[in-house]
Design a protein around this ligand. Sequence first.
Ligand code: ZN
Ligand code: ZN
Length: 1020
Amino acid sequence: MFQPVGSRISFPELEMKVLKFWKENNIFEKSIEIRKTAPKFIFYEGPPTANGNPGIHHVLSRVFKDVIPRYKTMKGYCVPRKAGWDTHGLPVELEVEKMLGFSGKTQIENYGIDKFNALCRESVFKYVKQWDSLTERIGFWLDIEHPYVTLDNSYIESCWWALKQMWEKNLIYQGYKVTPHCPRCGTSLSSHEVALGYKDDTVDPSVYIKFRIAKLPKDVIDDNPDKFSLRRAVEEGKAYFLAWTTTPWTLPGNTALALASDAEYAVVEDNGTYLIFALSLKNQIGLGDRPVLRTYSGDKLAGSLYFPLYNPHDFNVERRRVREGTQGVFDIQKPDSGLLYRVINADFVSMEDGTGIVHIAPAFGEVDFVAGIENNLDFVQQVDLAGNITGTYPFSGKFVKAADADVIQDLESRGLVYKSEQITHTYPFCWRCDSPLVYYAKKTWYIKTSAKKEEMIAGNRQINWYPAHIKEGRFGDWLQNNVDWAFSRERYWGTPLNIWQCENCGQYECIGGIEELKKKEGLEGYMDGMDLHRPFIDQVAFNCKKCGSTMFRQPEVIDCWFDSGSMPFAQWHYPFENVDKFKESFPADYISEAVDQTRGWFYSLHAISTLVFEQPCYKNVICLGHILDAQGEKMSKTKGNVIDPWTVLDSYGADALRWYMFTATPPGNVRRMSPAMVAEAMKNFMMTLWNTYSFFVIYANIDNFTPDNRSINPVSDLDKWLLSSLNRLISEVDDLLNNYDPTTAGRKIENFVNDLSNWYVRRSRRRFWKSQNDDDKISAYHTLYHTLVTLSKVCAPFIPFLAEDIYQNLVRSIDKNAPESVHLVEFPQFDHNLIDEDIMTATELAMKVCSMGRAARSKSSVKVRQPLSSVVVKTRSSFEQGLLRRLSSQIMDELNVKNIEFSAGDLKENKHFSVVVEGDYQVGIVTTITEELFNEGLAREIVRRLQTMRRSAGLEIADHVVTYYMGDKLIDSVMEKYAGYIMQETLSTTLLKGGGDDGAYSEKFKISGIELRLAIKKER
Ligand SMILES: [Zn+2]
Ligand SMILES: [Zn+2]
């Protein structure tokens, strides 16, 4: 006997029992242990940070991380799954700052870096319990007992080692460059971090500024000075270059204007002043109706001088210039009250928007910086690292974005604004704190990834991306446009940068490990076992090899993406320990994260691996799309549309959530999600499977069915069809999972389960119901049993809980020698001999014909239970006819008709013949109801009423009853004529005319206008 399986089920309750079973019997550990000597399948866990509660998107990636390793385990691989925690970096610092109410770095330093970092260390495990319990609850098998943690000294040491490898390959340098800088966090961001924070709906000023011309080059000639003279206009102070900007706060830093040398520039009068701009942009600027007084090509105007908008010396700001031949040495320029700036030519001047004249502020833009070096321009940096304007401008002390309006107003009052509007455009914001980024020239440490660009691109060719378009698309593009990785952060909580510099001669040294550090001459501030974090490591100093002076550590910490990208080796403390473990687990066979990681973890893994090991470190990636709410809106706390994973888990269970995640949308697509959608997945798939399983167990227990080990030898076409479909399913799911496509695999399973329930079980109901245990019944039991057991194995990677429950009941409860868990068995192998293409095509056709036949019946409003005389079918070919003939009894039974005919010609509908056409197929039903058919229909209606009454009276399925009936003569004759049929279908031992005695359960009915009273009483 199997454990009883009722039709009502709470999946969350069932799952709690399964979790307990797994835990008590160490099933996960055993799934690795039993494969100890098997080939390894390597999975890398992308480490989350546990300083916040895990969300629904974490469930998405975690179930995709789970399904493939479970499958590979069943395919005979050993799949270790080491958990990991990402513990460093800005996100962590920001949370602590928020908690302390800090708004900048000064407060942190006053508070004390040691205390601040201690809080960071605490905070990263604040939600570790929630993470662990969610991980367990969703059935994500992961070794959470032995995680790698990026803040461990051992992990840090491995990162140091990797950086040293790059240092020795000359791939690390310090550059004076314009970097995207977060003024709030006070640090540079790498380009992949910038890519995470673009907002395309940023409203900014769009201002056209007038730069008054002081002097024109000699070769600017007035052709017809009587009509108009630009030279005269300049002398009178009425001539201006017109430039456009969306960042007015950079204007005090303007030190040049750039024109395209080959473009034509027009002079146009506006309110008594003369404006110069690109002729082709005249309409766009809003001066389309003004006559052009003169035109000059851009190369002629280069060399013109103009008055600075703000002479920096008047506002107590330095004017600096890069020393020739250097990139990072600045000379401070003497005050100059007659300062004039120069017009240059540049090839980056756009003729798409603006005025064709670009305002250059070398301290603030990457292009501007390069133009500044190339043209020996002045650098005026009137903004500090917190993003505030310095000096004594009217708007000094303000944050850059807040100063915009003041700058415009100030220039407007001086008549230097031609036009001021607002535009909506794309602007980068800090991905962590949401502050607008400022492009800022400063010193930063770089990894020269661009030197290994070709190697990274070549390595990417070996990686299989799912979906495939990521390879050449999002990820490929990212590699194609690779820029060096700005990896130093002027922050506190991170892997400290392992570069020391001599205070005297400026010599740098990179330290690649603790032992190396300990061997340094004159070592100070180091203690064995000390915490390698700031501020302690800041005290460690040693002698310079070159001059004997003292070397101090560079103050920065390392980008936390460097940490997570180092996990392939740092998780093992390689190369200081576990050399074998690293080697056998490198590269990974499989990783999975959301698509934004193409610029995050996917990239940092790939870059570090290429630079250090000269090969990629992962082979297959499932790249997941983002989750939106049911309306297609982004989920956010402010909108209140965030789905709490626990609510869904408590209502529908982990399997339903997993199933939804796997099958609703291909992994790479954006997906919509709501609890109702998960409920739907539960109802459509989980409940269908459950009901089939429940049906089997109820009848098997009634009939005392015990499976034996004999090989399955199906007798009926239904059984042959089911086993054939099952074997095809096994082979398809196997192939699909092997190709990292759980979505299509899951959908195949879902279709199969639907056919199993809606065709096989429905068509076989009577085979299980009948009282004699003949070959047909036994074959049905064996077929359904075998199918459910196999299905539990095929489904196990997807819905590990229900699969386990089915397996335990159907297999383990009767065979104690069977493997302890469905997750310890082998994935089923398909039997080619059982795949019968003919029977599958035939059944598919029969299903189609039946669905058309049902439509024809309902078209003429004939109830399904009313038997009819015949169905006429027209197919595409005589071959198809032959296939259908083989299944004609199934079709007749399903459509409740006495006869099936085939027609070569078209079917013509009439009053007694209802026809449905679909493509080349036609199905017609003869709808004439003879007296005999009517009576038979009445018998069927009576059976259905009695079956419902059995349930209402609380009878068990196998209980026998005495049935009583009261009605007119017609009822009497129907009860007599169809007595055998009625008794068999309702398990009645006798049919008695009359009202029944006291203990009987009775109901009154009216069927097709005929009144009757039925009563049943359980047989003792
Ligand atoms: Zn920030
Ligand atoms: Zn030195």
